[in-house]
Design a protein around this ligand. Sequence first.
Ligand SMILES: Cc1cc2nc3c(=O)[nH]c(=O)nc-3n(C[C@H](O)[C@H](O)[C@H](O)COP(=O)(O)OP(=O)(O)OC[C@H]3O[C@@H](n4cnc5c(N)ncnc54)[C@H](O)[C@@H]3O)c2cc1C
Length: 390
Amino acid sequence: MTAQLHRRMVLTGLGAAGLTGCATTPSPTPGLIRPTFQPRAFAPLITHPGRISRITVCTRPFRAQGPRIEAETVGDKRVVHNYGHGGSGWSLSWGSAAIVRELALEGGPRQIAVIGCGALGLTSALQLLRAGAQVTIYAAERTPYTRSARATGVWSPDSRIAAEASVSKDFADRWEAMSRRSWQDHHAFLGVDGDPVRFIDQYNLRGGSADTGPVGPAPETGSVGFFRSGTRLNGLAPWFREVSKTEHPFPVESVRCGPVMTFNVAEYARQLTEAFLLEGGRIVQRTFNHPSELATLAEPVVVNCTGYGARALFRDQSVTPVRGQIAWLTPQPEVTYALWYRTINMVPRHDGIVIQANGSSQMVGYGVEDETPDRDEAERALEALAPLFA
Ligand SMILES: Cc1cc2nc3c(=O)[nH]c(=O)nc-3n(C[C@H](O)[C@H](O)[C@H](O)COP(=O)(O)OP(=O)(O)OC[C@H]3O[C@@H](n4cnc5c(N)ncnc54)[C@H](O)[C@@H]3O)c2cc1C
């Protein structure tokens, strides 16, 4: 820790270990308890580029119409599609899988093949198994090699999920139902060994001399008009609040803080895989090159959770790649807060500290399929975060 930061922490009362984030005191209004927030300890993030252990890139499977969740007949198979969740695949996984479960079981037969072992494949397979079906997952890759393993790991149900102008009339209702169902189901993994899901206080920082605007790749031209949830999920997640200067050490003008749901993706995927296998599911490594190959499967019902892979497999050009990159810093278990500053997201996870530079608009990475890591992009993000800890 630098002497300056230490002094700042002492000045703000943050030097003492073990201070809590929130305590309650009786409010003057009888019958009400008003929370008062106490300063907490902030371990500084080490922003040196030498801490980068890897850089991962993946393509979000974006569809202007929103995720494809519907049944069709391909040859003699009933195929239920579940792909195209943009930047919201982990967030919406359980709710999407709940719809898929109904569609898959509607046909009658209970022998089901799930293609894909990412967030959507695992949650669909588990729900079907728990509904009494016999389920086999067929997938080219399993965790940690899926695109799902390269996600930031935050609750982001409306991130590049659809284009406002292209969705059907019932999309917003369906999206809301998926979000609410998923939010509830993720809670089953809170407090579990390995913290597959946990809440972390995120500090959204603005202003100050070092804040010269968004950091990240330049956005692609054009505008998609991404779907916005508006007020639909108001009241679902905990609130953000303004934080006074005495409660944080950051040299910025305004700070808002609130608990965000985060996913330790490595652990979450491992636990989902383990549960699926322990409860009687089977996983087979297999790559499909054409939908006609589905005919070789023994199962009469196929659930298609191939994510971005659906573009090639089902020749679905409506799946648009949206490139996203994460720089991974070696873990710092003492960093227990997340940050949003100059559109850079920092999330501390057990498997590393995630640094994602989001740039000035959601058009960043739109239509870009290239999954080559960009070291400069990663270092620019660290450079932008450094003044917060200098
Ligand atoms: C940088 C970045 C950050 C993100 N952060 C978040 C976040 O914080 N929160 C969030 O909710 N979402 C986030 N997302 C989005 C999320 O990662 C995706 O929506 C999600 O991973 C999609 O999951 P999936 O299961 O559909 O696809 P995938 O994870 O791609 O899984 C597809 C599966 O299908 C298999 N497959 C594909 N094609 C074939 C084939 N032809 N034959 C056999 N098997 C095949 C693959 O091997 C794999 O097992 C992020 C995305 C990016 C790029």
